[in-house]
Design a protein around this ligand. Structure first.
Ligand SMILES: NC(=O)c1ccc[n+]([C@@H]2O[C@H](COP(=O)([O-])OP(=O)(O)OC[C@H]3O[C@@H](n4cnc5c(N)ncnc54)[C@H](OP(=O)(O)O)[C@@H]3O)[C@@H](O)[C@H]2O)c1
Length: 194
């Protein structure tokens, strides 16, 4: 292991229980190409995958179409902006507010229920959907996940997808990284380096 990000789900995990070891079968593991930057490789497996699947799986989007998202300065949001641009899509990026359209909820940082506009539901046929990458991985084969990772690696090589703003922190300083990762308005992904 060279580097690993602290994602919100990791914080949720250590607030409950966590593991120190895991055993995987060979087909569950993917070799990450060594010709992409370390921070891109470390942050590839969760947020860019989530961004890519949400752009692909909910609406048939064509070049020139627009995507509206909130929490757009998050790791996922930064990946949405870049992957959408690579696909010829336009993005409207909202900070701490709520958009309309087909609304795909994938995180609950505000820990509040999602409230939908009744007029948009009735008159605009607003659709409410959810996405969870872990479920997508259960519903798809390891080969399909590998294909997704390699598609994203191609975007990274072409300079169309970069890692989010990152702060590298040596593993032994993990308490500082954990503290920083829970601070509001600090849009920098904490990366533990070995
Ligand atoms: N469903 C899935 O499969 C899946 C996959 C990956 C991530 N996620 C979820 O997606 C979310 C983002 O993950 P990430 O790694 O991109 O996180 P991140 O880089 O740490 O960004 C967190 C974002 O949440 C915003 N935020 C925090 N507290 C908020 C609040 N009370 N009200 C409104 N916005 C708030 C922050 O805004 P500021 O910059 O303004 O503080 C920031 O934009 C998390 O909830 C995570 O669990 C879900």
């Amino acid at each position: 292991m060279l580097a690993a990000p602290i994602n919100p789900s990791d914080i949720n995990m250590i607030q409950g229980t966590w593991r120190t070891e895991a055993v995987f079968s060979e087909e569950e593991l993917i070799t990450v190409p060594s010709d992409i930057p370390l921070q891109s490789a470390a942050t590839l497996g969760v947020n860019p995958c989530t961004a890519y699947r949400m752009l692909m799986d909910f609406e048939r989007l064509r070049p020139g179409d627009s995507v509206i998202q909130n929490a757009s300065n998050s790791g996922v949001g930064q990946a949405v902006i870049q992957i959408a641009a690579a696909l010829g899509l336009r993005t409207i990026n909202v900070l701490r507010d709520r958009p309309g359209g087909t609304m795909v909820t994938y995180g609950g940082m505000a820990k509040q229920p999602v409230i939908a506009s009744v007029s948009q539901l009735i008159f605009k046929d607003l659709k409410l959907r959810g996405f969870w990458l872990s479920q997508w991985k259960k519903d798809h084969s390891p080969d399909q996940f590998k294909e997704l990772i390699l598609t994203l690696c191609d975007l990274i090589r072409r300079g169309q997808l970069t890692a989010p703003a990152c702060s590298e922190v040596p593993l032994q300083d993990y308490p500082c990284a954990l503290e920083a990762s829970t601070q509001p308005f600090v849009s920098s992904k904490q990366i533990l380096t070995m």
